[in-house]
Design a binder for this molecule. Structure first.
Ligand SMILES: [Zn+2]
Length: 478
C-alpha cells in the first residue's frame, strides 16, 4: 500500500512505526458555528481512509480534536451574550450530530477537547521554554521560530521570505514576526474571555499547541498519520512540527502527512461574505448521506472538488443505480433459483468477482484512489446486471457478488441501504398503488388538502408521484 506524503511530496510505501498499530490524528473543527460542507469533505475523506486501514487489518487508533477555546468562540459568546462554554458545547453537539448523520462518527476512537488537556499543554510549553524554543513576553508565551531549523519544510515556504512579508502587532512584543503564540495572557477587560492558571500567568492556549499536547498524551512524540485540510498546512501544521520536534528533540513528528483538497462552490471559494455557505445539515437534508458521500468519494481526496447541482445530481444517480442493483441481487438470492449455468460460465463469473475485488483493492492501495475504485464497481455492476438479465447466474455467484458489494464497497465507502422493504417488493408496490387510488378518489371529491398531503408525504419517503392526464405514475427517488 502506498500513500502520498505532503512533507516529502512522495508516494511512500505505508509502513507504520509499530505495525499492526496505526495512530492517526485529524484536525477537527473550532466549535463556534454549525459545520459546513468543506468540513464534511475532509472528514468523509478521512473516514474512508480509516475504514480502509481497518479493512486492511491495521489496529487503528483515530483521534480528532475539538477546538473549544479560541478567539472566534469568545467573539461569538460576546455577540450572543453567552459564555464561551455554552457556545463551545452547543456547536460541539451540533458537530457530533453531523458526524453521526454523515456516518463518520463510529470510526473515531476519541474526540479530544482542547480544554481537557490544559495540564499537558502547560507541560509542553514549559519544556519548550527550557529548551530555548519558548519565551515569555507581556502578552504571552511565544515560539522562537528562528531556533527551529526545519521551519518551512512541510509547506515548502522559505522562512526568510516569511520574514519579509510579516508584521509585528504593536502589543505582541515578539522577537520575530514569524513567532507564534503558545500561551495567550488573559485580557482582563474582556469578561467573555476565560483563563486557566499557568506558571507564567493566567491565560489560554494558542491554537497550535492543543494538537501536539493531545497527540503526545496518547501517541507519544512520534506517530503515523496526521490528516487535515490543505489550508491547515501553513501555519498550523508547520507550527505543530516545530512544537513537538522542538520539545522532544525527536524527528519526524509524523510519518505520513495527508491533506485533503479544497471544496469550492460552483467554482468559487465558500465564504460567509459570498453567502454561498452551505452547512452539513442543509446538504444532508437535501441529498441524504449516501449521495453526499458518493459526491465526495467521486474525487481523489487530495484534489479540489466543486460542489455544483450537476455533480451532486450525478452522485445521486450513481447511488440509485447501486441501490437498484443491490436489491435486485438480494432478491435473486432470496428467490432461490434453480442453477441453469454451465461450470464454464460459473468459472468466468467467479473470476470476474475476484478480479474486480483485486482491482478495487489495488485502487485503494494506491493512495486511497476512490474514483478509480468506483469505476471498478460500476463496471462490475454492469457485468453482473448483464448476467442477471440473461439469467446466466446462480445462487453461489450472486452471494459472492453481494459479499464483495457489502464487505468491501459498502463498508469502505460507508454506504448504507437499510430499507427493509425495497420498492421492488410486491407488497410495497401494492401499497403505493392503493394510496394513488385513494388520492384519486379524494381529488374527484375535490379534497385537495388531503390528496396533496398524500403526495407530499410520499415524496418525503422518496416516492415521487407524477400526474399525467388521467393517470398517475410513480417512481422511487431515494
Ligand atoms: Zn489542528
Amino acid at each position: 500500500m502506498k500513500v502520498k506524503d505532503t512533507r516529502t511530496n512522495q508516494l511512500l510505501e505505508f509502513e507504520p512505526i509499530n505495525p499492526p498499530k496505526v495512530n492517526m490524528f485529524v484536525c477537527g473543527p473550532t466549535v463556534y458555528d454549525h459545520a459546513h460542507i468543506g468540513h464534511a469533505r475532509t472528514f468523509i475523506a478521512f473516514d474512508i481512509i480509516a475504514r480502509y486501514l481497518r479493512y486492511k487489518g491495521y489496529d487503528l487508533f483515530y483521534i480528532m480534536n475539538i477546538t473549544d477555546i479560541d478567539d472566534k468562540i469568545i467573539k461569538r459568546a460576546k455577540e450572543e451574550n453567552s459564555t464561551w462554554h455554552e457556545i463551545a458545547r452547543k456547536y460541539e453537539k451540533s458537530f457530533l450530530e453531523d458526524m453521526e448523520a454523515l456516518g463518520n462518527k463510529e470510526q473515531i476512537n476519541l474526540f479530544a477537547r482542547a480544554t481537557d488537556y490544559i495540564p499537558q499543554i502547560i507541560d509542553q510549553i514549559s519544556r519548550l521554554i527550557e529548551r530555548g524554543y519558548g519565551y515569555v513576553t507581556k502578552s504571552g508565551v511565544y515560539y522562537r521560530v528562528r531556533k527551529f531549523e526545519d521551519y518551512g519544510r512541510l509547506s515548502k515556504i522559505n522562512p526568510d521570505e516569511l520574514l519579509a512579508g510579516a508584521r509585528i502587532e504593536v502589543n505582541e512584543e515578539k522577537e520575530d514576526p514569524r513567532d507564534f503564540v503558545l500561551w495567550k495572557f488573559r485580557d482582563p477587560s474582556n469578561k467573555f474571555e476565560p483563563s486557566w492558571d499557568s506558571p507564567w500567568g493566567p491565560g489560554r492556549p494558542g491554537w497550535h499547541i492543543e494538537d501536539t499536547a493531545i497527540t503526545e498524551a496518547h501517541f507519544g512524540p512520534q506517530y503515523d498519520v496526521h490528516g487535515g485540510a490543505i489550508e491547515l498546512i501553513f501555519p498550523h501544521h508547520e507550527a505543530e512540527i516545530a512544537q513537538m520536534e522542538g520539545a522532544s528533540g525527536k524527528k519526524p513528528l509524523v510519518k505520513y502527512w495527508l491533506h485533503t483538497g479544497l471544496l469550492n462552490i460552483s467554482g468559487q471559494k465558500m465564504s460567509k461574505s459570498l453567502k454561498n455557505f452551505i452547512t452539513i445539515k442543509e446538504a444532508l437534508n437535501r441529498w441524504g448521506k449516501n449521495s453526499f458521500r458518493m459526491f465526495i468519494a467521486s474525487a481523489h481526496y487530495r484534489n479540489p472538488i466543486d460542489y455544483s447541482e450537476e455533480l451532486i445530481l450525478n452522485a445521486k444517480q450513481k447511488v440509485s443505480r447501486i441501490e437498484r442493483f443491490y436489491f435486485r441481487l438480494k432478491e435473486f438470492i432470496e428467490e432461490n433459483h434453480r442453477d441453469s449455468i454451465s461450470s464454464k460460465q460459473e468459472q468466468e463469473l467467479l473470476s470476474l468477482i475476484e478480479n474486480s475485488r483485486q482491482r478495487f483493492i489495488d485502487a485503494m492501495d494506491n493512495d486511497f484512489n476512490t474514483p478509480e475504485a468506483l469505476s471498478v464497481i460500476f463496471e462490475f455492476i454492469k457485468e453482473i446486471n448483464k448476467a442477471l438479465d440473461e439469467n446466466i447466474i446462480n445462487h453461489n455467484i450472486a452471494e459472492k457478488a453481494l459479499g464483495f458489494i457489502e464487505k468491501e464497497f459498502f463498508y469502505i465507502f460507508g454506504l448504507e441501504f437499510n430499507n427493509v422493504l425495497s420498492t421492488n417488493d410486491d407488497l410495497v408496490k401494492q401499497l403505493i398503488e392503493l394510496l394513488i387510488e385513494i388520492r384519486h378518489e379524494l381529488r374527484s371529491k375535490k379534497d385537495y388538502k388531503l390528496s396533496d398531503k398524500i403526495r407530499d408525504r410520499l415524496k418525503e419517503l422518496g416516492i415521487i408521484l407524477e400526474d399525467k392526464a388521467d393517470k398517475t405514475t410513480w417512481h422511487a427517488d431515494f
